[in-house]
Write a protein that binds this ligand. Structure first.
Ligand SMILES: [Zn+2]
Length: 329
């Protein structure tokens, strides 16, 4: 049967009858089919001649031992159904292939954009570093960072981050094949050889960000500035002039650490009038007072342990001089 002729056959009534088990169906060739389901029960009668017993075939119809299955499967509507199903299958797999290809193309575009964006991030970072070093810009608001934000279209925090990474990962060891995010992870490392080794490993083994985070975890590193003030401190330039001498004396890491602890002391400090008011309002509304009290006591226990640690801390005694050195001297 030609495809054109098959397309003319309306198989919807056949499919509908098929689903109900042919309770009342006459084929396009004028043959009355025997019901496969009667009152919800399988009739086990041959779909073609009505003889029993019969076996169920792969199209969910019963068939006797006289090969009537063949008569059934050569029905024009059955053939048309098969061809339509096949055509639908082909259309489906074509659509699937097309959809996959579209995804691949988008992925390639994303990769290209990301690569371009990453090159741009370093370019902007280097530009920021130049501006910082020449004193054109600093992180605090009145010193041109907003202008950098305006001209580049990146947020302040992104710009600070680009500058930080650009400053701490020299151009000579950056790897094109490695994402900016990974460069960001190696930026705090104290040892440039560690940075270089990890970037090369990341490029060679196509390491994930998570894997690199694992690698750098226990390597000696500097404190990563989180706020604009810390960023300025890390660059050795404080918006508060009084800290500059301190930075020269003990280094930015110690100054940042001390500022962070100060902020924290403030947070764990005694309750003020405002907080007392808030507590008055919240006390009748706390859904689980016992649990809240437990949290507070737990925090207090940790603070007590910390107090002990601070109080009992002792500087390590100076290392005894190696004997060899004395001999050599
Ligand atoms: Zn039969």
């Amino acid at each position: 049967m030609s495809t054109a002729a098959i397309q003319q056959i309306d198989i919807s009534s056949f499919l509908e009858a098929c689903e109900k088990g042919f309770p009342d169906y006459t084929t396009t060739t004028g043959h009355k089919l025997f019901p496969q389901v009667i009152d919800g029960e399988w009739s086990k009668a041959c779909v073609w001649c009505g003889a029993v017993p019969a076996q169920k075939c792969n199209e969910e119809v019963f068939i006797c031992s006289h090969g009537h299955w063949k008569a059934f499967v050569t029905l024009p509507e059955y053939v048309a159904w098969g061809e339509q199903a096949q055509a639908a299958d082909i259309a489906y797999s074509h659509a699937l292939v097309e959809w996959r290809e579209a995804g691949k193309a988008l992925g390639a575009q994303h990769k290209a954009l990301t690569q371009k964006e990453e090159q741009l991030q370093f370019a902007i970072g280097d530009w920021m570093v130049t501006g910082e070093d020449r004193g054109y810009i600093a992180s605090h608001s009145h010193c041109n960072y907003p202008e950098a934000e305006r001209v580049t279209g990146y947020s302040l925090s992104s710009l600070r981050n680009f500058a930080y990474v650009a400053r701490h990962v020299p151009a000579s060891i950056r790897m094109d094949a490695v994402s900016f995010g990974i460069h960001q992870l190696v930026a705090p490392l104290k040892n440039i050889e560690d940075q270089k080794r990890i970037l090369q490993k990341a490029a060679a083994e196509n390491l994930s960000v998570a894997k690199v985070r694992e690698l750098v975890k226990n390597l000696p590193s500097t404190i990563v500035p989180k706020t604009k003030d810390e960023h300025d401190l890390a660059n050795g330039r404080s918006p508060f002039g009084s800290l500059n001498a301190e930075i020269k004396k003990v280094g930015p890491d110690i100054v940042i650490a001390s500022q962070r602890l100060n902020t924290w002391w403030e947070r764990v400090g005694p309750m003020t009038h405002k907080e007392e008011e808030a507590l008055q309002l919240m006390l009748p509304r706390l859904s689980n007072r016992a649990k809240t009290a437990e949290h507070i006591r737990e925090a207090a226990t940790r603070l007590m342990a910390l107090a002990d640690r601070v109080e009992s801390y002792q500087l390590a005694p100076p290392e005894p001089k190696p004997v060899q050195e004395e001999v050599a001297a």
